[in-house]
Design a protein. Structure first.
Length: 378
C-alpha cells in the first residue's frame, strides 16, 4: 500500500514538473520565433475569436479562445487567448470563473508580458464589481495602475480613473471620487486631443462605454442610494458612447444604462414593509421611502438629460441617432411612472424637499443641478 502511495506521489510530482516546464516554455517563446505563415494563421484565429466577442456572441467566442489554447498550447499568443476567454466569461456573468482566470494570468505574465498582466488586473475589476467585492475592485485597479507604461494609454488615463471614481463613490470616499472623476475627464480629453484621429469614433465609443459601465447586479434596498449616486457620476460617459451611434459599443452602452435604471426602479417598487411597526405607520414609512427614492431617480434622469449634447436633447433632434432616441423614450416612460407615483401621494406637505422639486416638473419648471463635469461648470 505504501509503495502504491509512493508511486502515485512520484507520478503526481512528475506531472506537476512537466506542466511547470510547459508553462515556462510557453512564456519563453517569442512571437518572432514563429514562422511567418504560422504566425499569421494564429493572429487570424485570435482576430476571429475577438470579433465574435465584440459582436456579443459570447459562447462562440469562448469556444474559439478555448480551441486556440488547446491547438496552440505553447504559442506566444496563448495568454492573449486566455485573456479573451476570461473576458467572454465575465460578460456571460460567470464572474468567479473569469476572476480566477484573470488572477492566473497576472501571476504568469507579470514579468514576462506586463501588458497582459495589466489588462487582466483591469478587467478583473469588472468581475469583482459584479460580485460586490468593492475592496478587490479598488485593489485590482490600483495594481493595474502600477503597471504604468504597460497599460494602453486610454486605460491608464481615462478608463481606470473613471472606474476608480465609481468605486470610491460606492465606498463613500467622496473627496477621492471627485479627484478621480476629474482625472478621468482630463484623461479622455487628452486621449481625444492626442489620439482622436487614430482612434476614430468606434474606438472612442468603446472607451466611453468602459468608463460609464456600472454593475447593478448586487443592488439592494440598502445599497440603493450608493448605486444611484454612483450612476450620477458615470452615466454621462455612457451617454457619450451612445451619442457616437456605433452599432456595437453604443448599443452596449444603451443597454447598460437601461439595465441600471430598470434595476433602480425595481428597487423603488420593492421597498420592504417594516413589520415591526403597526400597519398604518409601516405604510407611511414605506411610502416616504418610495417618495425619496423616486425623487432621487428623477433627479438622476434630469442630470442625464442636461448632460446630453445639444443635438440629442429631444426625440426630434435624435432622429439621426436612433439609439439616443431609444434612450429618450425609455427615460420618458420611466419618468412618467415616477411622476405619476409622486402625484398620487396625496398631501403634498408629506413630500420631501427633493420630491417637491421633482413634482414641479409637471409645471414645466426647470430643475437646476450641479454639472457633473468640470468643463461643463465653466
Amino acid at each position: 500500500m505504501n509503495a502504491k502511495l509512493l508511486i502515485s506521489g512520484l507520478l503526481a510530482f512528475a506531472l506537476c514538473w512537466v506542466v511547470g516546464c510547459a508553462e515556462k516554455q510557453r512564456h519563453e517563446i517569442k512571437p518572432e520565433a514563429l514562422g511567418g505563415i504560422e504566425r499569421e494563421q494564429q493572429v487570424d484565429e485570435l482576430m476571429a475569436a475577438n470579433k465574435e466577442l465584440e459582436q456579443g456572441h459570447l459562447e462562440k467566442a469562448r469556444e474559439l479562445f478555448e480551441a486556440f489554447k488547446v491547438k496552440h498550447e505553447f504559442s506566444p499568443f496563448y495568454q492573449k487567448a486566455q485573456l479573451g476567454q476570461a473576458r467572454a466569461l465575465e460578460q456571460m456573468g460567470l464572474w468567479s470563473e473569469a476572476a480566477g482566470l484573470f488572477k492566473n494570468m497576472v501571476e504568469s505574465t507579470r514579468t514576462t508580458q506586463p501588458e497582459i498582466a495589466g489588462e487582466a488586473l483591469y478587467q478583473s475589476s469588472y468581475c469583482y464589481e459584479a460580485l460586490g467585492d468593492e475592496a478587490r475592485v479598488l485593489a485590482s485597479l490600483n495594481d493595474a495602475l502600477r503597471m504604468g507604461e504597460a497599460l494602453r494609454p486610454e486605460v491608464r488615463w481615462a478608463e481606470i480613473p473613471a472606474r476608480m471614481a465609481a468605486s470610491y463613490n460606492r465606498m463613500g470616499r467622496l473627496t477621492e471620487a471627485k479627484k478621480s472623476l476629474a482625472e478621468a475627464e482630463s484623461g479622455i480629453q487628452k486621449i481625444r486631443s492626442t489620439m482622436g484621429e487614430k482612434l476614430g469614433n468606434k474606438e472612442l465609443s468603446r472607451i466611453y462605454l468602459q468608463m460609464g459601465s456600472l454593475s447593478t447586479n448586487q443592488l439592494s434596498f440598502e445599497s440603493f442610494q450608493s448605486a444611484l449616486e454612483t450612476l450620477k457620476v458615470v452615466q454621462t460617459f455612457a451617454l457619450r458612447s451612445i451619442e457616437f451611434n456605433d452599432p456595437v459599443y453604443s448599443t452596449k452602452a444603451l443597454e447598460g444604462l437601461k439595465i441600471n435604471y430598470r434595476d433602480l426602479y425595481l428597487q423603488v417598487q420593492q421597498v420592504p414593509f417594516n413589520s415591526t411597526l403597526d400597519v398604518g405607520a409601516a405604510k407611511r414609512e414605506q411610502t416616504e421611502r418610495k417618495t425619496k427614492m423616486s425623487a432621487g431617480l428623477l433627479m438622476a434622469i434630469q442630470l442625464l438629460r442636461q448632460s446630453a449634447m445639444p443635438a440629442n436633447t429631444s426625440v426630434q433632434a435624435s432622429d439621426s441617432n436612433p439609439l439616443s432616441a431609444q434612450l429618450v423614450d425609455y427615460l420618458k416612460d420611466l419618468e412618467d411612472k415616477l411622476v405619476g407615483f409622486l402625484n398620487s401621494r396625496g398631501t403634498i406637505n408629506e413630500l420631501t424637499p427633493e420630491a417637491l422639486k421633482i413634482k414641479s416638473i409637471k409645471k414645466n419648471i426647470t430643475i437646476k443641478s450641479e454639472p457633473v463635469f468640470l468643463n461643463e461648470r465653466k
